[in-house]
Ligand binder design. Structure first.
Ligand code: FAD
Length: 286
């Protein structure tokens, strides 16, 4: 199984993000979407872990199975907040033993009730543990518009720089304007970082949903997009079409800028992603 840092060195990557389904029906939908998008021969896929209320327990089994069944790697996201060292060692060892070569090391969100986050608080504390257990390529999260818990822009970039020194690549939170990604990359370069930063692109499917997620992630909409969204709110088909248009526009700008790859958040559906890759001419549809 390939390492993502090697893939990034070899050329511009195309990758898709999925989340672990909760019900048998959702599992069937996920399997159909994953199988469909696998025919586009992505460089890798990733699978979230406990994000947005999704399950933690399913990620391990799905990721280990997908790495065994497909020629391209699937990278598990792994959060450390609220876990004991023993739990993390067990999980990382399971990935290593299944031949998984890539892990996205994340902090996760602190407990909503303000209780003790446990032995691990920051993503940077998880990276040495992952390296101790196996020869993984380790990715980390980067927030172009700064992490919502960062005290200041300068502190966000300083903490990110320290984290990138320990990691092999970064994957961004989604954003709506190329300039945020460009600013992040240029600031990191000015600070001396050479770690590749992969942009995430989110095809919106619901206006209230994307507004909520954008606010939660500390991202912002440009006024022109805000207006386009208001015009389709309540119309699922028009929203999906806008999501595809916006993802294509953003991806084109990012590719023109020279990103190391594109990470499309598939949200366990193939249709929008297929239209986006078709319009970008990224992979001949199989
Ligand atoms: P960190 O890098 O640890 O940073 C968190 C905050 O702490 C930042 O403000 C940082 O500046 C600050 N900080 C870092 N180190 C220190 C230090 N030593 N002292 C003081 N402050 C410090 N969440 C999930 O639950 N599951 C997922 O699958 C998931 N996938 C994600 C994928 C991507 C691409 C991204 C961008 C986010 C994802 N998240 C996921 C969300 C993530 O877990 C949250 O944003 C979380 O709040 C922060 O995680 P982090 O790894 O960025 O944290």
């Amino acid at each position: 199984m390939q390492r993502i840092d090697d893939l990034l060195r070899a050329g511009t990557t195309l990758s898709f993000e999925f989340f672990p389904p909760k019900t048998p029906e959702a599992l069937a939908t996920f399997r159909e979407a994953f199988g469909d998008l696998a025919t586009l021969a992505p460089d890798f896929a990733s699978m979230t872990y406990g994000a947005l209320g999704s399950t933690r327990t399913e990620t391990e089994g799905l990721v280990n199975g997908l790495n065994a069944d497909h020629a391209f790697p699937t990278m598990p996201h792994l959060t450390c907040v609220g876990h004991t060292r023993e739990q993390l060692v067990r999980l990382i060892t399971s990935y290593r033993d299944a031949g998984v070569k890539n892990i996205l090391a994340l902090a996760g969100d602190p407990p909503a009730d303000g209780s003790d986050p446990g032995e691990f608080v920051y993503a940077s504390e998880l990276i040495p543990l992952i390296r101790e257990i196996g020869d993984f390529a380790v990715g980390v999260a980067a927030f172009p518009e700064v992490h919502p818990r960062s005290a200041s822009h300068a502190e966000d970039r300083a903490r990110l720089l320290a984290k990138l020194d320990l990691a092999d690549f970064a994957l961004t939170q989604f954003f709506w304007e190329t300039r945020h990604y460009v600013q992040l990359v240029e600031e990191l370069e000015a600070l001396g970082s050479t770690t590749p930063v992969l942009p995430s692109v989110m095809p919106m499917v619901s206006v209230p949903g994307i507004r909520r997620m954008t606010t939660m992630n500390g991202a912002t909409f440009p006024p022109a997009l805000d207006e386009r969204m208001a015009a389709v709110d309540g119309d699922p088909e028009a929203t999906r079409a806008l999501g595809i248009d916006v993802a294509v526009e953003l991806s084109r700008e990012l590719l023109d800028y020279g990103v190391p790859g594109l990470h499309l958040c598939a949200m366990n559906r193939a249709a929008s992603v297929r239209k986006i890759t078709d319009r970008l001419g990224l992979r001949a549809a199989a």
